[in-house]
Design a protein around this ligand. Structure first.
Ligand SMILES: C[S@@+](CC[C@H](N)C(=O)[O-])C[C@H]1O[C@@H](n2cnc3c(N)ncnc32)[C@H](O)[C@@H]1O
Length: 416
């Protein structure tokens, strides 16, 4: 490690073992008490729960010492991630969810063919971290979290990220040093290519690792349980899209470009069953081929967004978590194909992405931004970044509809 010239001397080592912010603890506890009382009267209120969660996190940080935080980051959390991934792949969470009560390590090992001595150590760590409930010696009951690990939309994210992308994460520092510690925004020069010595983007890489379906399920899971743009209190679909739309049977109404296996359009169909025209799902052929259990009213179209958009004059083209995967030059080429298909005065482009505020960004958005930087050499964007990208493409931002903390916004555009 090099210490910059003129840096002040290291602080007294005792700070490593002092709580981070003990004087703040009483105030945080008061806040938690008030927020907890409020939540108990409105248990379904999303924002109240997040506010209480933020206070609970602040409490943990205030109480922890730097040493404890450090051990948590570099021992406990990596050990959790590796343990969960191994147990998920072996099917331990499915076995536990099926029994849905206390189960011994021996039973889990027997059912999954894992070495009981190895499994005992992994489960012990998950128990000590609160992800399983220790009910006896080498015996555990599931938690809500571990039950949910038997769902692919939750579990598949672990092999996808840990097995597919962790090597890249660990090489990001090396990659950046090779670029004189400069940020790289270039889709042909990514930490993934550096780490894995391949000429592939993340999607191609994960598919080559047998993790394509895992990524699709992970994306579906990432979007669960948060306010969605198509909810009545976020974007008025009826007023902004349905009203004035071409009502003919085959008129394209909503085209989801890079829509993965169709979870957003499926949600749209449930929430807006009486929409006019057609719903169209577009993604690469290899993704469309994997679509299962999608309502037959949603048309599936294999399409590469670097080519001409086949559906012209749709009421709305929609891209969710697509443009953030690419630096501006690639986005400009994707947008060119959308803009060319849009009908003046009629078509909208709906971009469903994070709009990072100048301060006070949510941790989920900042985490995603760093992951996107590492994996794609791309970024989450501020409103100024979005304007700089969308306006030169020939679009005008009509409105930005916010989904609230931790949720993407809907940037509504029309031709300029
Ligand atoms: C981060 S995922 C987002 C998926 C979906 N919109 C969602 O929000 O869950 C990006 C999507 O872009 C698709 N994609 C990547 N390259 C593409 C291309 N050249 N043409 C069309 N889709 C592409 C991927 O297959 C993937 O489904």
């Amino acid at each position: 490690m090099t210490i910059p010239n003129g840096a002040s001397p290291a602080p007294n080592a005792s700070i490593a073992t002092s709580p981070n912010d003990l004087p703040s603890v009483p105030a945080i506890l008061n806040q938690i008490s008030a927020q907890g009382a409020h939540l108990s009267t409105t248990p379904q209120d999303y924002d109240s729960r997040l506010q209480l969660l933020a206070s609970a996190r602040a409490l943990v940080q205030a109480l922890e010492t730097p040493r404890e935080t450090m051990i948590k980051h570099i021992w406990a959390q990596p050990a959790v991630q590796v343990g969960i991934t191994m147990m998920y792949e072996a099917g331990v969470f499915h076995v536990m969810a099926k029994k849905d009560g206390p189960i011994t390590v021996e039973e889990c090992a027997e059912a999954t063919k894992m070495d009981p001595k190895l499994l005992a150590r992994l489960m012990r760590h998950l128990g000590s971290m609160g992800y399983l409930i220790e009910t006896g010696v080498d015996e555990y009951a599931p938690t809500n979290f571990s039950r949910a690990m038997s769902l692919r939309i939750i579990g598949d994210g672990y092999p996808c990220i840990i097995n597919g992308l962790f090597n890249t994460l660990s090489k990001f520092g090396e990659f950046t040093k090779a670029h004189d510690n400069k940020m790289v925004l270039n889709h042909t020069d990514t930490a993934l290519r550096h780490a894995e010595k391949v000429d592939m983007d993340v999607f191609t890489w994960l598919r080559s690792m047998g993790l394509g379906a895992h990524l699709n399920n992970h994306m579906a899971g990432y979007h669960q349980g948060r306010p969605s743009w198509m909810d009545a209190n976020v974007y008025p679909v009826e007023e902004r899209l349905a009203k004035g739309a071409d009502t003919s049977h085959d008129a394209p109404f909503l085209v989801d470009i890079g829509g993965s296996t169709g979870h957003d359009l499926a949600e749209f169909l449930t929430k807006h069953p009486r929409h006019p025209g057609k719903l169209i799902l577009e993604d690469l052929p290899v993704v469309i081929d994997h679509v299962q259990q999608l309502d037959s009213r949603i048309e599936r179209v294999p399409y590469d967004f670097h080519t001409e958009q086949p559906h012209k004059g749709a009421r709305a083209y929609y891209m969710h978590s697509v443009l953030h995967d690419w630096p501006d030059d690639v986005c400009a080429s994707i947008l060119k194909n959308v803009v060319a298909a849009m009908k003046p005065g009629y078509s909208r482009l709906l971009v469903n992405e994070c709009v990072i505020p100048d301060r006070g960004a949510d941790w989920q958005a900042t985490a995603l931004d760093v992951m996107i930087m590492i994996e794609f050499s791309a970024k989450e964007r501020t409103l100024a970044d979005w304007s700089r990208l969308l306006e030169p493409a020939g679009l005008r931002i009509m409105n930005v509809w916010s989904g609230g903390d931790g949720a993407e916004s809907l940037i509504e555009c029309q031709l300029a």
